[in-house]
Design a binder for this molecule. Structure first.
Ligand SMILES: Nc1ncnc2c1ncn2[C@@H]1O[C@H](COP(=O)(O)OP(=O)(O)OP(=O)(O)O)[C@@H](O)[C@H]1O
Ligand SMILES: Cc1cn([C@H]2C[C@H](O)[C@@H](COP(=O)(O)O)O2)c(=O)[nH]c1=O
Length: 216
C-alpha cells in the first residue's frame, strides 16, 4: 500500500471547498487508508502564517514576483510538513489547491509567465506532484458572482482582482488541462452541488478502483 495525493483546482468560487466537505466522508466510507484534508496556501502552521500575509489587503502593493515566491514558500512548507509525511504514512492526502494554482494565478493571471512560475515551484516541490488533479471548471463570471453573494464584504486580495485577471486565470487553467491529460481531469462545476460531488467521486473511484473498494 502507498499514499495517494489528489489535488483540487479551479477559479475562485468554483465550489471546491463545498464539494470537498461532502466528498471526504464518501471517500472515507470506501477507503481502507486514512484521509487527510489540507489546503493551499496553508495546511501547516508556518504556511498558514504566510497565507495571512498573501491574502491580506496591504497599504502598499505586493509585487507580483514577491506574491509568486510567497505562494511557493508556503507550498514548500506544506510539502515538507504535511504532504510528504502523510504519503510516507500511506495516507490519502487531498489538497484544496496546489502548484497548478500558482501556474494559473501568478503565471497566467499576473502574467509572470507559466514557465517562470513552474520553475520556481519545481524548486519548492522538488518532485512532489499529485497522482490526480480534479479541475472544477467554471466561468469567472459565475465563480465571482457566487463569491460576491457569499462574502462580498470579506473578499481577499486575489478575489478582489478585476474580471480580466480572473479571465486570464481561467484560460491558463484550460491550457494546463490540455497539457496534462493524464493527471488533470476536468469536471463541470456549473451544476447542482450534489452532481458536482458525484462527478468528482466517480473520477476518483474510476482512477483508483483498488483504493476505494471498501464494502464491495
Ligand atoms: N455547485 C454549486 N452551485 C451553486 N453555488 C455553489 C456551488 N458550489 C458552491 N457554491 C457556493 O459558491 C460559493 C463558493 O464556494 P466554495 O467556497 O466552495 O468555492 P471555492 O472553489 O472553494 O472558492 P475559493 O477558491 O474562492 O475559496 C459558496 O457560497 C458556495 O455555497
Ligand atoms: C495556492 C494558490 C492560491 N492562489 C489564490 C487563489 C485564491 O484566490 C486564493 C486562495 O484562497 P482560497 O479561498 O483558499 O481558494 O489564493 C494563488 O493565486 N496562487 C496559489 O498558488
Amino acid at each position: 500500500m502507498s499514499g495517494l495525493f489528489i489535488s483540487f483546482e479551479g477559479p475562485d468560487g468554483a465550489g471546491k471547498t463545498t464539494a470537498l466537505n461532502a466528498l471526504v466522508p464518501l471517500l472515507k466510507q470506501r477507503a481502507n487508508q486514512d484521509i487527510v484534508l489540507s489546503r493551499e496556501p496553508g495546511g501547516s502552521e508556518i504556511a498558514e502564517q504566510i497565507r495571512k500575509i498573501i491574502l491580506a489587503i496591504h497599504d502598499e502593493k505586493m509585487d507580483d514576483r514577491t506574491e509568486a515566491l510567497l505562494y511557493a514558500a508556503a507550498r514548500r512548507q506544506h510539502v515538507v510538513d504535511v504532504i510528504r509525511p502523510s504519503l510516507a504514512d500511506n495516507k490519502i492526502l487531498l489538497s484544496d489547491r496546489f502548484v497548478d494554482s500558482s501556474i494559473a494565478y501568478q503565471g497566467g493571471g499576473r502574467e509572470i509567465g507559466t514557465k517562470e512560475v513552474a520553475e520556481i515551484n519545481d524548486f519548492a516541490i522538488n518532485g512532489t506532484l499529485p497522482d490526480l488533479t480534479i479541475y472544477f471548471d467554471i466561468s469567472p463570471e459565475v465563480g465571482l458572482s457566487r463569491i460576491r453573494k457569499d462574502h462580498e464584504g470579506e473578499m481577499d486580495r486575489l478575489e478582489k482582482e478585476a474580471l480580466s485577471f480572473h479571465k486570464r486565470v481561467h484560460s491558463a487553467y484550460l491550457d494546463l488541462v490540455d497539457a496534462n491529460p493524464d493527471r488533470i481531469k476536468s469536471i463541470n462545476a456549473n451544476q447542482a452541488p450534489e452532481k458536482v460531488v458525484d462527478d468528482a467521486l466517480n473520477v476518483i473511484i474510476n482512477r483508483f478502483p483498488n483504493v476505494f473498494n471498501k464494502g464491495e
